[in-house]
Design a protein around this ligand. Structure first.
Ligand code: IPM
Ligand code: MN
Length: 356
């Protein structure tokens, strides 16, 4: 009997269906080549489902998803629905209620022509951001008072706990150690938001347990600047939830665009949810133009998480090759290639590399 992984599949909204279809193609091909099977359960949740049934993402569904080996998600968000409702219920529900406390976001330049930075080679952009994934401004503590009047008050509290910070920091150091990376940079804003020194202090304490790993620190504003000016100085980065959200969109641009940036939401040893970091791009829905590479890269991360590291590296090498050779010329929806053409190209190249 070959191994079987159970995967909860949530395609979501907008281009979700199209990109997830291409992700599943490479997942199935990887299974055939590397001898594992996947048992997928589809979840229809998203805007259409909400409009039809009034249901967002019930706890029962969450529990079911959590019973799988991994969750694979497309994109969430729809202009017909109140801003943030679906995103907070589905993406947020999965991240926060299932306590997937690490959001792993690799930033890697696969081919020189893809980056907007001058004189920057692939080896200059190869970092991995460990974004804390359950706290900070996202917790929803706060509210509105006298809304819509000149006296309106709006409060959004930034919550940071020792437990939440420490497990993110520790994960970053462990990641550096086990993946042979040399350095961990802490990004915070403890100069202006003084309570953020919970990050600074925890980083320095936990860091003592990792004497062989270089430590660095940058405030979030400076980190944005350095990432553009000297991206080669970053290796592993550990950062608060909201700053990590912003920093990784910047990072995605350095690697060529949101069309390649993937992420893993992980509770180590328990569960992982994998998704592209881009949104649902409603204007491209059904047009077969969205670039599925970020979703394919999410599958690659999922396979690595599941322990299929060979399949994962082979998919990554495939993506790198197709971009370097310019068979996939860029990462935008205007590359001239169709969504399914790119998906097929990845599968074909993957199979020929796996044979070779
Ligand atoms: C992301 C997204 C989400 C976030 C939104 C959709 C809630 O921007 O995954 O980066 O802010 O985390
Ligand atoms: Mn984001």
């Amino acid at each position: 009997m070959s191994k079987e992984y159970t995967i909860a599949v949530v395609p979501g909204d907008g281009i979700g269906d199209e990109i997830v279809r291409e992700g599943l193609k490479i997942l199935d091909a990887a299974g055939e080549v590397y001898g594992f099977r996947t048992k997928k359960t589809d979840y229809p949740h998203g805007a259409d489902h909400y409009l039809e049934t009034g249901e967002l993402f019930p706890d029962e569904t969450l529990r079911e998803c959590a019973g799988h080996d991994a969750i694979f998600m497309g994109a969430i968000g729809d202009p017909r629905i109140e801003v943030g409702l679906l995103e907070r219920a589905i993406i947020g529900g999965i991240r926060w209620k299932l306590d997937l406390y690490i959001n792993l976001r690799p930033i890697k330049l696969y081919a020189e022509h893809l980056t907007p930075l001058k004189n920057t080679r692939p080896e200059d952009i190869d970092m991995i951001v460990v974004r804390e994934n359950t706290e900070s401004i996202y917790v929803g503590l706060g509210g509105r008072f006298k809304e819509g009047t000149p006296d309106e008050v709006a409060i959004a509290e930034m919550i940071m706990t020792r437990k939440g910070v420490e497990r993110a920091v520790r994960y970053a150091f462990e990641l550096a150690k086990t993946s042979g990376r040399r350095k961990v940079t802490l990004v915070d804003k403890a100069n202006a938001i003084r309570p953020q020194d919970i990050w600074t202090r925890t980083f320095s304490e936990v860091g003592e347990e990792y004497p062989d790993i270089e430590k660095d620190h940058a405030y979030i504003d400076a980190a944005c600047m350095w990432m553009v000016k000297n991206p080669e100085t970053f290796d592993v980065v550990v950062v608060d939830n909201i700053f990590g959200d912003i920093l990784t969109d910047l990072g995605a641009m350095l690697q060529g665009g949101l069309g390649i940036a993937a992420s893993g939401n992980i509770h180590p040893g328990k569960l992982g949810m994998f998704e592209p970091i881009h949104g649902s791009a409603p204007k491209y829905k059904g047009k077969n133009v969205a670039n599925p590479l970020a979703t394919i890269a999410a599958v690659q991360m999922m396979l690595d998480y599941l322990g299929e590291s060979e399949a994962s590296s082979k998919i990554e090498a495939t993506i790198a090759h197709l971009l370097q050779s310019k068979r996939i010329p860029d990462l935008s929806a205007r590359s001239g290639l169709k969504t399914d053409e790119i998906g097929d190209m990845v599968v074909e190249e993957f199979r020929s590399r796996a044979r070779g």
